[in-house]
Design a protein around this ligand. Structure first.
Ligand code: FAD
Ligand code: NAP
Length: 529
């Protein structure tokens, strides 16, 4: 059996940086990655129109000044192929591939208390031993394919946005159905519509989408950021979501502002484009009345774009603005003005069945040459729980999490020594610029391992009481907001049967400070032996 200090599961941005960091500490590491290349999200999600919703100058690693100075992004929001190229560049630049086993899925990780080591198994028969196991498996890496009746009977082309083929897919002249209206659908629908002869979009819940205003990256802006990149990064780390310091939240309540103020601020942010729209007022996510003002603004914008009032009405979201991650689009709403594009409301009956030739929904039958499932992910816990993880006394993680995920700091689970999760449930992760959250977690885990070596400790694990308090804290923070009011994947509500628990923690800066304090106080809340 091969022995390593660290086994890392996943070679997305989390696994890649973790590998780089462990190597720099002189530790031996083995990475297992299910895909045949690096990049994680950007390796799998190759659907047309896929791109980041955090601006390129921010959605990138900050750990190497040389890297961030030398890399050139071409657009305000980088497209998927460019982000994947960047991931490959990082792998080459830091010579990461030699420690990564591609096309290899970790199937099990079992802890042995007598040796204080983990035994890790893969679907290719590898059995390796490691002191530490780091789950860099991603929050949005386990696709959600609903069990639609008749799914397997469908005879046409079938795609999931999260497992898109590597070869270009040509929809030219085809009748295409898209199920879902989340970010992946909203990015791909305008492009598919340009190719297809007929496009039908099945919408269960209308989503908010703000224009991206994507454009070639302004060279002057790039130069300005590069002239002070570390300071720019530091300012962003002080933002709630670890991004957007150039367009911060307007610290004024909508409730005490006038209708003219509302229009001016929302107009400004709609014109600027991007996720900053949600920062128009500081009470949008804590007060329903304030949020209604934002909701009505978006509805009125949609009515201005979409010519058929009935379609505009269907596209106007009903749920709280920002309750699900808002989408950032290019021409999404306008696409529904095209005569060959139809929106079908399935909010009442859902998809009734997939048939050999298409879809039955809303009491009608539709025939398609290709079906696109833009149905999202079993988020935050899906990929972790697909691995048979057993901690002390054979405790299975799926049992420890039977009532929803429980972690301390989103980093470790009581009863699972030396097992760390990067951007795990209970950490800000998906509510932030994730690369910055990933870096913060990797740095913290590395610091913890260094401390253990210095202190001669073999194991570290969260105490049950620290974990209980942390879970209460995460829930209490969410409970002060409107986030838990809709059926979002933050709550696991998109996957039938999944326990409804708000999984991410709101607020990056206080979280990062807590992690620092925990470390400075000798890893309080953890037991090390
Ligand atoms: P991932 O990139 O998901 O990588 C995890 C890797 O682990 C995958 O390659 C997977 O194959 C592998 N893996 C999982 N289980 C196993 C196993 N058992 N064995 C071996 N390998 C395994 N975030 C932002 O901040 N801004 C954005 O603009 C943004 N856009 C996004 C767009 C899309 C379409 C999606 C789906 C997500 C987006 N995200 C965005 C979130 C994105 O997931 C993160 O930003 C980031 O890429 C996550 O990196 P990661 O390494 O943690 O996980
Ligand atoms: P998603 O937001 O979960 O959207 C999935 C869509 O499928 C929703 O419209 C959902 O409807 C629908 N759906 C799910 N199950 C269904 C069922 N059984 N019947 C009918 N409809 C069903 O997934 P996503 O679009 O892939 O995005 C996931 C996350 O990835 C985003 O929130 C974001 O964090 C990230 N992402 C980011 C970008 C970007 O702009 N950079 C792009 C893509 C993804 P309901 O809403 O009713 O559940």
């Amino acid at each position: 059996m091969n022995d390593f200090d660290v086994v890392i599961v996943g070679a997305g941005f989390a696994g890649m940086y973790m590998l780089h960091k462990t190597r720099s500490m002189g530790l031996s590491a083995r990475v297992f990655e299910a895909g045949d290349g690096v990049g994680g999200t950007w390796y799998w999600n190759r659907y047309p129109g896929a791109r980041c919703d955090i601006e390129s100058m921010e959605y990138s690693y900050s750990f190497s000044e040389e890297l961030q100075q030398s890399w050139k992004w071409t657009e305000r929001f980088a497209p998927q192929p460019e982000i994947l190229k960047y991931a490959n560049h990082v792998a080459d630049r830091f010579d990461l591939r030699r420690d990564i086993r591609f096309s290899t899925r970790v199937s099990a990780a079992h802890f042995d208390a007598s040796s204080a080591r983990w035994t890790v198994r893969t679907d290719r028969g590898d059995v390796v031993s490691a002191q530490f196991v780091i789950m860099a498996t991603g929050c949005l890496s386990s696709t959600n394919m609903p069990a639609f009746p008749g799914l397997d009977s469908y005879r046409g082309e079938r795609y999931h946005t999260g497992e898109w083929p590597h070869e270009p897919v040509d929809f030219a002249g085809k009748r295409v159905g898209v199920i879902g209206t989340g970010s992946s659908a909203i990015q791909s629908i305008p492009i598919i519509a340009r190719q297809a002869s007929q496009l039908v979009v099945f919408q269960r819940t209308a989503n908010y989408s703000i224009p991206a205003r994507n454009a070639p990256l302004d060279p002057q802006y790039e130069a300005r950021i590069k002239a002070e990149y570390p300071d720019f990064r530091a300012r962003n780390r002080q933002m709630q979501g670890a991004f957007g310091s150039a367009n911060p939240r307007n610290e004024v309540p909508a409730l005490t502002s006038t209708p003219e103020d509302h229009r001016r601020e929302f107009d400004k942010r709609w014109e600027r484009g991007g996720l900053g729209f949600n920062g128009a007022f500081n009470d949008l996510m804590i007060n329903q009345q304030a949020n209604d003002i934002g909701r009505d603004y978006v509805a009125q914008k949609i009515r201005g774009i979409v010519k058929d009032p009935a379609v505009a009405d269907l596209l106007a979201p009903r749920q709280v603005l920002g309750c699900k991650r808002i989408c950032v689009d290019t021409d999404y709403y306008a696409t529904f003005n095209a005569p060959h594009v139809e929106l079908v409301d399935i909010s009442q009956g859902g998809i009734e069945a997939i048939t050999p030739t298409g879809v039955r929904a809303a009491g009608r039958t539709f025939d398609f040459d290709a079906l696109v499932f833009a149905t999202g992910f079993d988020a935050m816990t899906g990929s972790i729980l697909k691995v048979d993880i057993r901690g002390r006394d054979g405790l299975a993680l799926k049992d420890a999490w039977s009532a929803g995920p429980r972690t301390y700091l989103g980093l470790n689970v009581a009863g699972f020594p030396n097992l760390f999760t990067i951007s795990g449930p209970g950490s800000p992760s998906v509510l932030t610029n994730m690369i910055i959250s990933i870096e913060q977690h990797v740095d913290w885990i590395s610091g913890c391992i260094r401390w253990m070596r210095e202190q001669g400790k073999r194991t570290i694990e969260a105490t049950v009481s620290a974990q209980d308090q942390w879970v209460d804290h995460v829930n209490a923070v969410a409970g002060m907001t409107l986030y838990p009011t809709c059926n979002s994947w933050y709550l696991g509500a998109n996957v039938p049967g999944k326990t409804r628990v708000f999984m991410p923690l709101l607020g990056f800066p206080p979280y990062a400070q807590t992690c620092e304090r925990v470390a400075a106080n000798g890893y309080e809340g953890f037991a090390a032996a």
